[in-house]
Ligand binder design. Structure first.
Ligand code: SAM
Length: 276
């Protein structure tokens, strides 16, 4: 199927780096689990259309679902979810009549919790690599919490700090609309982001002072460990354009070896992604 340009996201250099990171880890993960004869599946919750247009070169580049399908040795199953009907249609075209690929057109917050996570109970011996890659604050904490509690999931997460800063974490918190604050709470899981994001000690012109991106990301990293129950959550990788941090790429797992592999991959890519 040759899709029209309009269906494709034009992606920045930082998204290309993310694709490389997830692809490199997926290859290592599938190799290790295959050698242990453990059934492992790949989940792409905000899957996209399967390919993008590079803002740098104007060329088509494979998206995360296409990269996952190319991993060798393969995963046992692939689950691709997208809310957008046309993108789900392109994913279906990508999958063809492969029996090991399932496409869901819907809200991944529901699909994951209702249909996919129940197949990943600890007793099932099934493991999963799950990519949670929203544009912004479109993800519910419940999904990340369940992923940690199951104990069978390795997760990459796009922590959308730019959406947070633009809409919810304003210097003057009183001016933030209740709707945007609710989006933040839905992602964070409770209202504790308010005390994390605003310092109660220093006051500038009577306003609480807003904390740095690093402080907010570190508090979320601690939440993934202490509340969701992931045992290994390395310091996330800030993904930058020339002006600001666009998002943090988090990884969360239960095992040391996974953390070590991702730390090596993060080290390789740290410092890239400032060219736009
Ligand atoms: C950043 S793009 C994904 C890019 C893809 N992971 C990649 O790297 O190739 C985010 C996608 O999430 C989809 N989306 C937005 N909200 C969603 C939701 N609640 N459930 C599932 N998909 C959603 C959008 O249609 C869009 O295609």
């Amino acid at each position: 199927m040759t899709p029209p340009f309009s269906e494709f996201d034009e992606i920045g250099y930082w998204s290309e780096i993310k694709l490389e990171i997830v692809r490199d880890y997926a290859s290592a993960y599938s190799r290790i689990l295959t050698s242990k004869k453990l059934p492992h599946i790949y989940i792409d919750a905000f899957a996209g259309a399967g390919q993008h247009i590079s803002r740098q070169t104007g060329d088509f580049i494979p998206g995360s679902p296409q990269n996952a399908l190319n991993v060798s040795p393969p995963f046992r199953e692939y689950h691709f979810i997208d809310l957008n009907a046309e993108k789900a249609g392109y994913l279906q075209g990508l999958a063809g009549n492969r029996f090991d690929v399932r496409i869901y057109e819907g809200d991944c917050n529901d699909v994951l919790v209702d249909q996919i996570f129940p197949t990943l109970q600890y007793e099932s011996y099934r493991q999963a690599l799950c990519l949670l890659d929203p544009y912004g604050l479109d993800l519910k904490w419940e999904v990340m919490f369940q992923a940690g509690q199951l104990g069978t999931i390795d997760m990459f997460l796009n922590f959308p700090v730019m959406d947070m800063n633009r809409n919810a974490l304003w210097r003057n918190p009183d001016k933030v609309s209740p709707g945007q604050a609710r989006r933040m709470t839905r992602f964070w899981g409770d209202e504790s982001w308010r005390s994390v994001a605003y310092s109660t000690t220093g006051h500038l012109f009577g306003l609480p002072e807003k904390e740095s991106n690093e402080t907010i990301a570190e508090a979320f990293r601690e939440r993934l460990v202490k509340v969701a129950g992931f045992k290994r959550v390395p310091v996330p990788l800030p993904m930058r354009n020339s002006r600001a941090i666009v998002y943090y790429l988090f990884f969360a797992s239960q095992v040391d070896v996974a953390e070590n592999i991702v730390n090596d991959i993060f080290t390789k890519h740290r410092g890239r992604g400032r060219s736009e």
